[in-house]
Write a protein that binds this ligand. Structure first.
Ligand SMILES: Cc1ncc(COP(=O)(O)O)c(C=O)c1O
Length: 426
């Protein structure tokens, strides 16, 4: 299917919506009571199957690689987890790198590139999370390179390809640009950026942070000539305590910390955590389950692609409803006193990570008003190091970030709109 054929998205049927919701923990409420969770960019609602698998697997004390049968089971879980990570990336080559967080993944890999690749400057986008920005800034300083920063487009919340063309040159060591922004939801045109950067410097190292995009849109490394990508399972319906990276063959071979008995392209250090790998497989099982409700295939990646397309269309449908309303309820674009930031009319270039502001309310005050009404959102606000550079590049000092996922429902969007109307009148 081509998701571009549905510019306003395509919501799940009511029955499918309910079946999807049933697969998530704490979807309507938690131990504090009823609430609507629109804070999935901070850490997503969790799959029941993931929590169950993680607990089951981690209840076994056995080490993988021992003689007892339990060890074989754990080995198989880890192997399947690695295979499933490759399904997410569609990675046919390269190596997988796992750490405790996506930031650790990023710092380790950027360090290896900066320390071993020649060149005079390093290029990073202004919209990066500190994991992507600070790692480049830190290693540029350490290795005496000029730091160049790609500016954001305030209309789209993206980085224009033109910025890449202006900043990359024959002396650029690396270019780091995220797939979609954790603040604006803008999806960058990574294929065009890669093409533009490689036209200037064919062997430039290209790094793409896909932490926010992965739960909302398809990743296909067979179509992207890049060197590094990372994701965060806890933003992708699974558990905290892990970050996952992929590195190209040439990047994998760069000198890096490693246990010396393994191949020079092995990045994994120390004991594996089989339960985490069971969690990665639970993500892929879930997305494939969605795919299998629409198509029949024996190929896991084919089902995964269909599942992600359906997720994308459901979320686009929710985004369209939030922006345009329902006929009886006004959408955000027409509620007086509310402004949607980076409101690109082309919804196909957006993930549902929505920045808004109120004319008369500070973003923290407004966020707390949402929480009082049982709707959990979060503010991205200066001077927080995690937000300042990004919101200031948009000409703002803060935004309220609204970030549902596919298990959220049209009814929850309507409740959010009603709360927004109330808050705008305070
Ligand atoms: C786009 C993006 N990249 C990287 C990260 C860092 O993830 P972690 O907290 O696992 O280091 C985040 C976390 O919010 C993020 O939104």
């Amino acid at each position: 299917m081509n998701t571009k054929d549905y510019p306003q998205g395509l919501l799940f049927s009511a029955e499918m919506q309910q079946r999807v919701r049933d697969r998530f923990c704490n979807v309507d409420s938690d131990s504090f009571g009823k609430r609507i969770f629109f804070e999935n960019s901070g850490g997503s609602l969790r799959l029941k199957s993931c929590i169950q698998a993680v607990a089951d697997v981690d209840s076994h004390p056995d080490c993988p690689g021992r003689h007892q049968a339990q060890a074989d089971v754990l080995d198989a879980i880890v192997k399947k987890g690695y295979d499933d990570l490759r399904i997410i990336f569609n990675a046919r080559s390269g190596a997988i790198v796992t750490c405790l967080s996506a930031s650790q993944v990023m710092f380790n890999i950027i360090g290896a590139i900066a320390n071993n690749v020649e060149g005079k400057n390093m290029v990073v986008s202004v919209l990066e999370h500190p994991s992507g920005f600070d790692s480049v800034e830190y290693y540029a300083k350490q290795t005496g390179r000029e730091l160049r920063v790609l500016n954001s487009n305030r209309n789209t919340g993206c980085i224009d390809v033109q910025e890449v063309i202006h900043n990359v040159d024959k002396d650029t060591v690396l270019l780091s640009c995220m797939y979609s922004s954790n603040t604006t939801g803008g999806v960058n045109d990574i294929p065009k950026m890669v093409q533009a950067a490689r036209a200037i410097k064919p062997d430039i190292y290209i790094i793409v942070d896909a932490v926010q995009h992965a739960p909302h849109g398809l990743i296909d490394l067979t179509k992207l000539d890049i060197d590094v990508m990372d994701i965060a399972p806890y933003k992708f319906f699974a558990c905290r305590g892990a970050g996952v990276g992929w590195v190209s063959d040439r990047c994998a071979k760069l000198p890096h910390n490693r246990i010396l008995c393994y191949g020079e392209d092995t990045w994994e250090l120390g004991s594996t955590a089989p339960h985490q790998f069971a969690g990665y497989s639970a993500i892929v099982d879930h997305v494939c389950w969605i795919g299998s409700q629409y198509i029949t295939s024996n190929d896991r990646r084919t089902l995964f692609e269909e599942g992600i397309h359906r997720i994308k269309l459901q979320e686009r449908g929710l985004l369209h409803r939030a922006l345009e309303g329902t006929g009886t309820l006004p959408g955000l674009r027409s509620i007086p006193g509310v402004k949607v930031i980076c409101d690109n009319p082309e919804l196909a270039q957006r993930d549902f990570i929505l920045p808004i502001i109120f004319a008369n309310l500070d973003v923290t005050v407004a966020t707390k008003e949402y929480i009082k009404r049982g709707i959990y959102v979060f503010e991205r606000k200066s001077p927080s190091h995690y937000s300042k550079r990004i919101v200031e590049s948009l000409g703002l000092d803060g935004v309220i970030r609204v970030s549902p996922i596919h298990c959220n429902s049209p009814e929850e969007i309507d409740a959010f709109l009603k709360a927004t109307i109330e808050i705008a009148q305070l």
